[in-house]
Design a protein around this ligand. Structure first.
Ligand SMILES: Nc1ncnc2c1ncn2[C@@H]1O[C@H](COP(=O)(O)OP(=O)(O)O)[C@@H](O)[C@H]1O
Ligand SMILES: O=c1ccn([C@@H]2O[C@H](COP(=O)(O)O)[C@@H](O)[C@H]2O)c(=O)[nH]1
Length: 240
């Protein structure tokens, strides 16, 4: 068991390539990385029947149980294991079982609103936003939802126009302003290689450097010492 030293958030629209990036940057790191899909923190909707659950807006921040996510991140950061909920996309609900997650050197939180919540953002050492054109994303989503998530084409299109697209514009896209780095086109090989190197270094004990995150005025915010990566304008290295 270890105290996590580097927490990464990967946000972006549906189909942008978040899961792919999270998988690629961590697949060679072995057991020192824990991946936390934000989808596992959708609210428990067991009190609704399936028809009612089909009508829920799953792209609005209120669909997520933020307090549980914050608590789990805090627990992991303090070196304690958590029981992470699991999600069933076909039933639109939490599964009965949970998965025991042990704290590891590196934690990767990945999901449409991974950069939305202020308290969560404060726990992230590196914030990434995966940016892919909307037409590419909807094509990927149609393919995935029909093949893997048991949906029909008409349902996917209706949901996209009624909630997915407007919520993307209202909440997900604006969360990009919290990102340290923006990754174009999902599994962008240059970005993936750079991130993989960084994560491997962190997982292997990494060189400790102290970074300060700047606030909007350019003043250093009061943050804990973290092991960091330089992003555009967002971080300063006070060793320099
Ligand atoms: N750069 C890329 N080029 C081609 N296909 C990609 C790329 N990045 C992701 N994909 C594919 O797009 C689909 C959606 O990617 P995924 O990572 O699941 O997106 P998200 O987690 O953001 O919803 C997957 O089938 C994945 O293989
Ligand atoms: O029950 C559910 C829960 C979520 N969704 C959709 O999933 C995506 C988020 O997952 P990505 O892997 O990032 O695409 C979100 O846009 C929700 O609309 C769902 O359809 N049903």
């Amino acid at each position: 068991m270890s105290i996590p030293s580097f927490v990464i958030g990967i946000a972006g629209g549906t189909g942008a390539g978040k899961t792919t990036v999270a998988r690629l940057v961590t697949e060679n790191v072995g057991e020192s990385v824990t991946r936390i899909p934000l989808d596992n923190y959708y609210e428990d909707l067991s009190h609704l029947d399936i028809e009612e659950r089909e009508e829920v807006n799953y792209d609005h921040p209120s669909a997520f149980e933020w307090e549980l996510l914050r608590e789990h991140l805090r627990e992991l950061l303090e070196g304690r294991a958590v029981d992470m909920p699991q999600y069933d996309f076909e039933l639109h609900n939490r599964k009965d079982e949970t998965v025991r997650v042990e704290p590891t050197d590196v934690i990767v939180l990945e999901g449409i609103l991974a950069l939305y919540d202020e308290a969560v953002n404060d726990m992230l050492d590196l914030r990434l936003y995966v940016e892919t054109d909307a037409d590419v994303r909807i094509l990927r989503r149609i393919q995935r939802d029909v093949i893997d998530r048991g949906r029909d084409l008409e349902g996917v299109i209706d949901q996209y126009l009624s909630t997915v697209k407007p919520m993307h514009e209202q909440f997900i896209e604006p969360s990009k302003k919290h990102a340290d780095l923006i990754i174009p086109e999902g599994a962008n090989s240059v970005a993936v290689e750079l991130l993989e190197e960084k994560i491997q270094a962190e997982a292997n004990g990494g060189e400790t450097r102290t970074w300060e995150r700047l606030d909007a005025e350019g003043d250093a915010k009061d943050v804990n010492d973290v092991k960091g990566v330089a992003g555009p304008g967002g971080l300063t290295d006070d060793e320099n």
